[in-house]
Write a protein that binds this ligand. Structure first.
Ligand code: HEM
Length: 378
């Protein structure tokens, strides 16, 4: 992760060693993420890919890498699936999934590795059921997703694995064309489907969209569950606030989101024109990243932002980003955490860390997390 100082705009080394401008305040971060015209995702250089056709194929369906109008069209196709109301209907099923995993942890007995028994397992099952992806394939897609977002691996390896994942998802899309079923992929096909509607998505786009949802849907929430448990086990006063005030769980989850800011930078944008922020002029064509943890600790947003305080009123944090790319899955992620954290601590009131040292933190990607988290009880 980039090391940042105190300035609002700094020139730092990006994940691939390239120079990028890092924005570290809440107001400037918001301004950049609000301005998709002057800060483009799509015009960002795809290193080593010169052919426009190849660039189109790599980005097809992946709304996070696109600007309007393609971004708008893709987002419109799935917005209705992730509304607060739609996700509310999923809550009973999420509760059941969480309870099943807790039963299994109990049956296994202490200690367990939470990153195996709980953290990726729950969001992976939820997103698989929602999308229509076989849960039995989870080990494959979890390890492929981890490769794709690993900056330490050669670009070539990551592209190769992305292609494998796209082939896998294309097969699922074709299966859904034959037999749509009542899941998101099926609905995307049947709700439109004439082939003439300008909003119809082709197979490449459906595969890209499916992959984005599959990866974004489990990588992030899973790290929030593991890191959230780690900080709550290390700060018993905060854990008590969560356990003793279940009515405040929504605010508590917002504070965990702000404090952990697991997506530690919004993905790079490129300045489409010279832009002045404070006393720095970012030249047209330069890459810009917004540091979400820095913005989310800015005194302008929150007092004592370096401290976790589950009792504080929710802040206007940017853990889910901001602007047109604001996280589509935020209502789903929130529901998963609002259900999972209280149930975990209710089932295992004396849960504790089963390690003396720091856990093994992930440092190879733009999503904070731990590689394992042994916990014990009883
Ligand atoms: C976008 C964070 C869970 C799907 C984003 C962005 C952030 C983020 C920061 C914006 C990135 C940028 O602007 O560069 C998180 C966090 C999560 C979470 C912290 C969990 C706690 C999910 C889930 C889903 C999801 C469960 C799946 C359904 C997406 C999608 C986008 C996105 C599709 C792209 C939206 C667009 O480009 O319009 N997320 N996310 N996320 N997220 Fe999430």
């Amino acid at each position: 992760a980039p090391q940042l100082g105190d300035a609002a705009v700094e020139r730092i080394q990006g994940p691939f060693g390239e120079p990028v401008w890092a924005i570290t305040t809440w107001a400037d971060g918001r301004a950049v993420l609000s301005d998709a015209e002057r800060f483009s995702r799509e015009q960002l250089d795809l290193q080593g890919v010169d052919s426009p056709e190849e660039r189109r194929r790599i980005r097809a369906g992946n709304m996070l890498t696109l600007d309007p109008p393609d971004h708008t069209r893709l987002r419109r196709a799935v917005t209705a699936e992730f509304t607060v109301k739609r996700i509310r209907n999923l809550r009973p099923r999420i509760e059941q999934i969480v309870d099943d995993h807790l039963d299994r942890m109990e049956a296994h007995g202490s200690p367990v590795d939470l990153t195996d028994a709980f953290a990726p397992a729950i969001p992976s099952l939820v997103i698989c059921e929602l999308l229509g992806v076989p849960y039995a394939d989870r080990h494959d897609f979890q390890s492929r997703a981890a490769t794709i977002i690993d900056f330490t691996l050669p670009m070539e390896t990551r592209r190769q694995v992305s292609l494998e994942m796209r082939t896998y998802m294309r097969e699922l899309v074709q299966q859904h064309r034959r037999d749509p079923g009542d899941d998101l992929l099926g609905r995307l096909i049947t709700r439109r489907g004439s082939g003439d509607d300008p909003d119809d998505l082709d197979d490449d786009e459906l595969a890209g969209l499916g992959n984005l949802l599959l990866i974004a849907g489990h990588e992030t929430t899973s790290n929030m569950l593991a890191l959230g448990t780690l900080v709550l086990l290390r700060q018993p006063d905060q854990r008590r606030l969560l356990v003793e005030h279940p009515e405040n769980v929504d605010a508590a989850v917002e504070e965990l989101l702000r404090y952990l800011s697991v997506v530690h930078m919004a993905l790079p944008r490129v300045a489409t024109t010279d832009v002045t922020i404070g006393d720095v002029t970012i030249p047209r064509g330069d890459a810009v990243v917004v540091s979400l943890p820095a913005a989310n600790r800015d005194p302008e947003l929150v007092e004592h932002g370096r401290d976790l305080d589950l009792g504080r009123a929710p802040t206007n944090h940017m853990a889910f980003g901001h602007g047109i790319h604001h996280c589509l899955g935020a209502p789903l992620a929130r529901a998963e955490m609002q259900i999972a954290f209280p149930r975990l601590f209710a089932r295992f009131p004396d849960l504790r860390l089963a390690l003396d040292d720091d856990p093994d933190f992930r440092t190879e990607t733009f999503i904070y997390g731990v590689r394992s988290l042994p916990v014990a009880w009883g």
